[in-house]
Design a protein around this ligand. Sequence first.
Ligand code: URA
Length: 238
Amino acid sequence: MDREELRTALEFYRDIGIETLYKRQPVPKPIQLKTPMIIPELPSIAPQGDTLLQISQDIGDCKRCGLCEGRNKIVFGSGNERSSLVFVGEAPGADEDAQGFPFVGRAGQLLTQMIEGTASKEGIAITRADVYICNVVKCRPPENRAPQPDEMEICGQFLFRQLMAIRPKAICALGSTAAKAILGTKEGVTKLRGDWHKWHDIPVIVTFHPSYLLRPYNQNAKRDAWEDLKKVLHFVYD
Ligand code: URA
């Protein structure tokens, strides 16, 4: 199995909720980060009157975790700041890291198609610009690996503030990392999707991450994702 096949297989297992794999061969040494890990005190509640601008300023030139070592741009979020619907992905990829905006690569194109295609089929007059899109972590993890628990915890504070500041009518968690960060669950997407969940009184739908849907063996999941999208769009915009 070459590196790319291995990555695809690991991503597949992660997407269906399997997080621990036992390897017979010795595991390669983790990459050593130059910056020592500093876990700062972060507020567990959002400040009164918090705004996205304030949150972005508080993030500043963030060095709170090791992800700052490899990033080019911090990817804060984009879209309508007063949106009734927020999509939460996992972490920026290479395109997002280069441009500074979430979901602008291949997975992003699919997400745009899913939002706009479903909305137009269902007679709902919205485009991607009408929703807000962000990620659990704001910096690209090396080699697109999944964010680690400490990274999710540190950056999750900012996601918490973003969601609190926007207070959407519903949240759509894209993939298991977003579901874990928002719902605090270890369940995979297959188990979580189809039902409504709650984040501080705000209804949450979990669906497959667009990157997962791009893989050729996951075509059946596309149908499910479209159903999830339909459900959340009607709930928010009817
Ligand atoms: N995948 C994500 O989870 N987020 C992005 O912004 C891009 C790809």
